[in-house]
Structures are given as C-alpha cells and as structure tokens.
Design a protein around this ligand. Structure first.
Ligand code: SF4
Length: 370
C-alpha cells in the first residue's frame, strides 16, 4: 500500500538504525509526544534497536488520557439524564471517572451512542428533535476542525437540541510546560505529525528559540520515527536546535488554513486542566460565547467538583516522561486494560496500554515466556 509499505521497509529501517548508532556519541533523552507514535515504537520495538544511552520517553499526547477526571464526571452526569442522547467516540466510554464510567451508564440504560464522526451526532439531533443530543468533543488540534464544523453547521441550521462537551487540548503549551519543569530530562521532541498537518509547524519555532531544544515533526510508521530520531540526534550532536519536518508527505509550515479558519470561528483558547499534568495556561479550546447555545457545560449548568485519582496511579509521571509504565506497581496486576485504574491503560493510544500490549514480557519471569 502506497505511503505505508515503504515506511515499514526493513532494509530502510536497518540503515537508519545503523546511521543513528554511528551519529550517537553520548546519552540523549528524546520524547515522542503522540500516543500513536508510542504505540508504533512499542509495536516495532524501536526503543530496543537504539544504541545504549539513547532513551525514548513517552509524552502526554493521548487525548483520552489527559481528559480531566472532572470532565468524565460531567459526561457521566449528562449521559445519565433521561432526556439526553450522549454521543462519543468509543474509547471514551471506559475511561474511569471518580465513581463510574460511560459504559456503566449505558449498561444501566443510559442512551449512550458510539460514533466515528461528530457529523453522526448532528444526524441524530435532526432525527430526534425531542431529545438533547450531546457530543463529547475530545482530542488535540487534529480532531478540532471536524468538531468545529459540526457546531458551525448546527448553528447555521438553528438546531436547538445539539451541544458539545468540549475538552480539546493543544500540544505546544504542553511542551512548554514540560520544558519549564525543574525535573525535565527531555532534550529533543518528536512533534505529532497529524496535529501539524492541521496546524503547520511554525508554532514550534518559539519553543525552539526560547529553550534551544530541537523539535522534529514525525509521522507514525517505523521508518518515519527512525528518521525523526536520526534528525534529532544529528541536531543534538551538531549543537543545533531547529524545527525540522520529517513528515513532509503530510505537513507544511502553514498547515491546513481552511481548517484553522473554522476552528478560529468556533473555538477560543483558554486555560485547561490536563489529567495527570495539572492546569496548563492557554492549552485548550472552549466554544466562543456566541455559540453558548451549543455549549453543554453552560446548558446543563454543571459545576466542576474536583475529584481524586486512584492513589496507586502514577500516570502524572508517566505522561511527563519521568517514569515508564512498568515502573508502576499496579501495572499488569491491579491495572490492566480490562480493569484500568488510570486513563493511560484505557485508551488505545495510552502509554500503559501500549506497554501492556507489546512489552508485558519484560514483566514476566524468563521461564514463563512462550
Ligand atoms: S499502569 Fe495503570 S495505575 Fe499504573 S500509571 Fe498506568 S494507568 Fe496508572
């Protein structure tokens, strides 16, 4: 398949691994931001192919994982109302709130539906004028244009029974926060290619200038990631700090301007709490006041009650690249994808789920491996 097979080519991958080893003269710590990239790294064992001392740590780029527990609680409360049809992507249903999750609301008879696009929620709203249809808009900049378009369309049609519970987060402020931490170990970042397809990569230039940290926009196939790692190592070894674009088949400097325009019309930027990380200034989208009629937060008048994570879960440190999932005492025992204690074990993009799926053998005694 074009644009897939050539990026999984073992010969190319081996050549890149050799080139990375040749260029690496000292220890470096690199972070891939996106959970999709983490899964590729685990699935293909890319971290195990790198020279000793070249460490990959995993960033907060799983939107399901960083959706605040308070927002999950709000979603549960809205979805439990008899007059509401609550619409969401499937991976949000099992994310634990402070007491329960959306899947249990559905099991108890709540009208919770899984869709693949916010436009499906619009169809439901048109067909069911006697019900409030609420879409759970979660994601990074990647999914924001489609969600913005759905709100814009609902507004244009005068649909009074369609609203969104918005929990959109933005990548550059999260990188800035990581770089501000005294505990930060990361010396180079692989920026998420899908986010940059929408937003371009100009917005990373401030970070490179302010912190002298190299950033390479990377794709999601193994050859993409190896090439992005090679580009980062080359910058670090040569003492350079620049924004570079490995994912040239999809990303341009400016990004998708029509998508940015519709986002701009519908959303404004505000402070946002990230699960496991805390409040990050100017790191999220919320609906503009002119679209308050479609803002589920305002329509249902829910107050935010702060909620506590499971005390065992070290997701905060995992999401900031300070610890690996296997460092968590609950990993693979009290916390599994079937019985998750924290969000990174739920989502298909979560780092803990990736380790559970591809790196469980690291936890098992050698004699028990098949
Ligand atoms: S393994 Fe489970 S409990 Fe541990 S950090 Fe990951 S999600 Fe949290």
């Amino acid at each position: 398949m074009k644009y897939v097979d050539e990026y999984r080519d073992p010969k190319l991958a081996r050549a890149l691994v050799a080139d990375i080893a040749r260029r690496t003269s000292r220890d470096w710590v690199l972070m891939e931001i996106c959970g999709g990239q983490t899964h590729t790294i685990m699935r293909y064992g890319i971290d195990e192919l790198l020279p000793p001392g070249l460490e990959l740590v995993h960033g907060p780029g799983c939107p399901v994982c960083v959706t605040p527990i308070e927002t999950i609680d709000k979603a549960v409360e809205i979805a439990s109302r008899p007059d509401v049809t609550f619409v969401s992507y499937g991976d949000m249903l099992r994310v634990p709130g402070s007491h329960t999750d959306l899947l249990r609301v559905k099991a108890r008879g709540g009208d919770v539906r899984i869709v693949y696009s916010p436009m499906e929620a619009l169809v439901l709203a048109r067909a069911n004028p006697d019900r409030q249809v609420v879409f759970f808009a979660v994601g990074f900049e990647t999914t924001a244009p489609a969600n913005a378009m759905a709100v814009w369309q609902a507004h244009r049609e005068g649909l009074t029974n369609f609203s969104m519970l918005v929990s959109h987060v933005l990548v550059p402020p999260a990188i800035r926060l990581l770089l501000e931490q005294s505990t930060n170990r990361v010396q180079g970042f692989i920026a998420p290619g899908h986010v940059c397809t929408v937003m371009g990569y100009r917005e990373y230039e401030d970070l490179v200038r302010d912190y002298r940290v190299p950033i390479v926009v990377g794709g999601f196939e193994p050859v993409d990631l190896l090439e992005a790692i090679r580009m980062l190592v080359a910058q670090l070894e040569e003492g350079r700090a620049e924004v570079e674009n490995q994912y040239v088949r999809s990303v341009t400097a400016e990004g998708n301007l029509p998508a940015q325009r519709v986002m701009e019309q519908v959303f404004e930027v505000g402070d946002m709490k990230w699960r496991g990380v805390g409040l990050i200034p100017q790191s999220g989208f919320r609906l503009r006041p002119a679209l308050a009629a479609h803002d589920a937060d305002r329509i249902f008048g829910l107050s935010t009650v702060s909620a506590d994570e499971s005390p065992e879960c070290i997701a905060a440190q995992v999401l900031q690249g300070l610890k690996k999932p296997v460092d968590c005492p609950a990993f693979g025992t009290r916390c599994t994808p079937e019985q998750p204690l924290g969000a990174p074990m739920v989502s298909s993009e979560g780092a803990c789920a990736a380790y559970f799926q591809y790196r469980r053998h690291a936890m098992e005694p050698a004699g028990s491996r098949r």
